[in-house]
Write a new protein. Structure first.
Length: 365
């Protein structure tokens, strides 16, 4: 079904075509070429971090980051159950065990108060996720991690433009990852980034993403690695997108403000910016009153040309990770949330139309 208002569509204006054509004209279309280093450097500058390594998507970015931190079989990694499946799968790829924690009902992020109860002698790291573009309570988590000698990995896939106490997310832990899938604030088609301030972690990330190549010895490989490299074409798109990042984030913020204003008289909640943070509103997400209300509202909006998405099912409810333990906040958020169209080209009039339809639904029901 083709919607008048999809949940997301990237804006590929600016220098995207010019830079991609440069790759084609120069024949540098694989994982060597000038745009890769430029994109990595420009992205480091944007996040304010020392090192960035481009990879082929956000899932492998997590895999590489975990490997670079030495996480593997026998280790446990704490992770919120309310996240996209990739966060958890990446832990599993390393042989480590994901250990779930419930979410905070206000920020929707991992609940720091519930972490300590999950720490065992095998716990090696905490993977925080800044879900839907809102940062987690990173100060409290850092305190727990340093007290127990645990590493922190930030999954920032949904958090380009997200700030905590004035600082862009991604440099609070030992390593961080980003995604540039087509629905992210900036896209490279498929793509990801591993970021760190630690030269040894960066070094290992480069080797893991590049077939485990030994240093200073051509075609000699001394560790098992992967081909997780980013292409020059993807990096070219990324460079052009990054030139427009401030405008994209500004537009997304404006549409969030329009949504907030539009729904203020309705008896529905939304994913609020809480604390000294900047919520990038990767997705503008509302919380309705029940699961059945969500089903009916989504159906009504779809009939009116508006695509929506449900919030994520908590990962502990999926067959590979099924647990009897209940995570009530995550389960509740997973049942009542709706992602509304959140792309930067959505105009004030478009948001008014969407709000109008939400209001009609409640007027009629
Ligand atoms: C929280 C989170 N982590 C990881 C990923 C994985 O990124 P990718 O789709 O680029 O592999 C995503 C993707 O949407 C995500 O939302």
């Amino acid at each position: 079904m083709k919607y008048k208002y999809p949940v997301y569509q990237p804006n590929l204006s600016g220098n995207v075509k010019k830079y991609v054509n440069e790759c084609i004209d120069s024949t540098w279309i694989s994982s060597k070429g000038k745009f890769i280093k430029k994109f990595e450097d420009d992205f480091s500058e944007f996040v304010d971090i020392k090192y960035s390594a481009g990879v082929s998507n956000g899932t492998v970015a997590l895999h590489v980051a975990l490997l670079a931190l030495g996480i593997g079989k026998g280790d446990e990694v704490i992770v919120p159950t309310f996240t996209y499946i990739a966060s958890v799968n990446a832990i599993t790829y390393t042989g480590a065990k994901p250990v779930f924690v419930d979410s905070d009902p206000i920020t929707w992020q991992i609940d720091p108060g519930k972490i300590e109860g999950k720490i065992t002698s095998k716990t090696k790291a905490i993977m925080v996720v800044h879900l839907y573009g809102h940062p987690c309570k990173i100060d409290s988590i850092k305190k727990i991690a340093s007290g127990k000698n645990l590493l922190i990995i930030e999954d920032c896939a949904e958090a380009i433009g997200t700030y905590y106490k004035g600082k862009h997310v991604g440099s609070f832990g030992e390593a961080a990852t980003f995604s540039f899938f087509g629905n992210k604030a900036i896209t490279t088609g498929e793509g990801g980034m591993v970021c760190t301030n630690d030269p040894a972690i960066y070094d290992m990330a480069i080797r893991k993403k590049g077939q485990g190549l030994a240093k200073e010895q051509e075609y000699f490989h001394d560790i098992v690695g992967y081909n997780y490299r980013m292409t020059n074409i993807c990096a070219a798109i990324g460079c052009a997108q990054l030139e427009r990042i401030e405008d994209i984030l500004k537009r997304k913020r404006k549409l969030a403000e329009n949504y907030i204003d539009g729904i203020k008289d309705l008896s529905i909640d939304y994913h609020k910016e809480t604390g000294n943070v900047i919520h990038s509103y990767w997705m503008f997400t509302i919380l309705v009153n029940s699961e059945s209300e969500r089903t009916n509202l989504r159906k009504f909006l779809a009939e009116n040309g508006i695509e929506t998405r449900p919030t994520f099912h908590p990962v502990h409810t999926m067959p590979m990770y099924l647990e009897k333990e209940s995570y009530p906040v995550a389960e509740d958020l997973g049942k009542r949330g709706i992602n509304l169209p959140s792309y930067p080209d959505l105009t004030t009039e478009d948001v008014e139309y969407i709000i109008d339809k939400i209001k009609s639904f409640y007027d009629e029901s």
